[in-house]
Ligand binder design. Structure first.
Ligand SMILES: *Cc1c(COP(=O)(O)O)cnc(C)c1O
Length: 407
């Protein structure tokens, strides 16, 4: 709906037009903000190549995207490029995650960690504001394969975490264990559940069957809010599984994290946070009175160039280009799995993911080091993973196969 492929000329025109609507420190008299262009003694501002380089120009002009631009007012100095961020949020929420237009809020966070903490922060306050919950009655529910940002969030927000186990081979949730974990939390006085379900885990690329959580939570009559951690899978899984239940069409789900700096090859600092309208106000910091429109985000000041970079990547590829990109990675992953099967190497791979996780005894440590395979645990590896990215070609993969065969 909002995601249309654009030519390089159209992209350039849109970005330069947006930058021109931002504040111009040279020609205007702007005396009150602690902001300017990048230091021109270091970053040359008139180099001729900049004229055709919208991203570099955005870095140099350095717009501040502080706050959340899908609701209320925002800093008027940078309204041109805020518009591009709003467009990006619509593309992610509507075209990728099947939300209704204008029904979601969101912003470009520093990463998946911040976006996950933002979600948990909102739900903690939501339960306290709407249900008069005591902080000690609220907990986080996730799985043992969830990212460690859940533990950071728990520590920062003083919540306890309850982790349900997954099958050691299939990496899937187990309804009985989810039930027992919830019971354990209840026995510890927890009444409100902030549930984080995975759309591709960091180590295995596994995808939680979200109904395992929701069926048990509903059957046990739990008050819960459900966030999907798609830091890894947000720009991948929606393109491999046509019948994904991890979308805004699923009424149980309220929010998502998707990292553009992982599968979308965007600059670091591009974790995207999306949430249904009606929740952001639970973390509005009204004391941020010098910020026009106040601040609903965890981060504060952040670079507008990040939002522009993700927007450029998405519209340059277009939805069909993206589908093809993912299709190629899926084919390569399947090819590699076939080689491993023929060699009787034990591994895990979710059919909709581009991660292959090999059991450590099948990989000598020197080969793992040489090929940059990442262990689940640096001290005592049980698994090593391969991530099939753009640069991980069959040519390079076959070198690993040869090394393993020669061993
Ligand atoms: C990488 C990752 C995160 C954290 O993202 P950062 O961008 O590194 O902060 C969170 N969840 C999952 C599943 C991840 O893979």
């Amino acid at each position: 709906m909002f995601w249309k492929k654009k030519s390089q000329e159209e992209i350039q025109a849109t970005v330069f037009q947006a930058l021109s609507r931002n504040v111009d420190y040279n020609s205007e008299t702007i005396l009150g903000i602690p902001a300017s262009y990048l230091d021109d003694k270091v970053f040359n501002q008139d180099a001729s190549f900049i004229k055709d380089a919208p991203f570099i120009s955005s870095l140099i002009q350095n717009p501040n995207h502080i706050g959340c631009h899908t609701l209320g007012k925002s800093e008027s100095f940078f309204e041109g490029t805020h518009e591009i961020e709003r467009d990006l949020i619509q593309i992610c929420a509507v075209d990728i995650l099947k939300g209704e237009p204008d029904e979601q809020d969101g912003y470009v966070a520093s990463g998946g960690t911040e976006a996950n903490i933002q979600a948990i922060w909102i739900y903690r306050n939501y339960f306290m504001n709407e249900y008069e919950a005591e902080q000690s009655e609220i907990c986080i529910l996730c799985s043992e394969d969830s990212h460690y940002s859940m533990d950071k969030a728990a520590n920062l927000l003083t919540l306890s975490v309850f982790k349900t186990t997954v099958d050691s081979e299939l990496r899937v949730l187990n309804a009985e264990d989810v039930r027992m974990t919830i019971q354990k939390a209840r026995d510890a006085g927890k009444k409100y559940f902030i549930v984080i379900s995975n759309m591709m885990t960091t180590m295995f690329g596994s995808i939680d069957l979200v109904q395992t959580y929701t069926d048990v939570l509903v059957a046990m009559n739990c008050q819960f809010k459900l966030h999907i951690d798609g830091a890894y899978g947000g720009f991948y899984y929606p393109f491999t599984d046509d019948s994904s239940l991890l979308t805004f069409e699923n009424p149980h789900i309220t929010s998502f994290t998707l990292d553009a700096h992982k599968m979308a090859q965007a600059p670091y600092g591009t974790g995207i946070f999306l949430i249904r309208k009606g929740y952001m106000h639970h973390v509005n910091t009204k004391e941020a009175s010098y910020v026009e429109g106040e601040d609903y985000t965890l981060i504060g000041s952040r670079s507008g160039a990040n939002a522009i970079a993700v927007w450029m990547i998405l519209v340059k590829n277009g939805p069909f280009g993206w589908q093809e990109k993912v299709f190629i990675l899926q084919k390569r992953t399947a090819w590699m799995c076939k080689q491993f099967k023929e060699m009787s190497i034990a591994f895990y791979r979710h059919p909709f993911s581009n991660i292959i996780t090999i059991k450590a005894p099948f990989v000598p440590i020197d080969i793992a080091t040489k090929f940059g395979l990442v262990p689940d645990n640096h001290k005592a590896p049980n698994w090593y993973k391969i991530v099939i990215m753009d640069h991980v070609t069959i040519e390079k993969l076959s070198l690993l196969i040869e090394a393993l065969k020669a061993n």
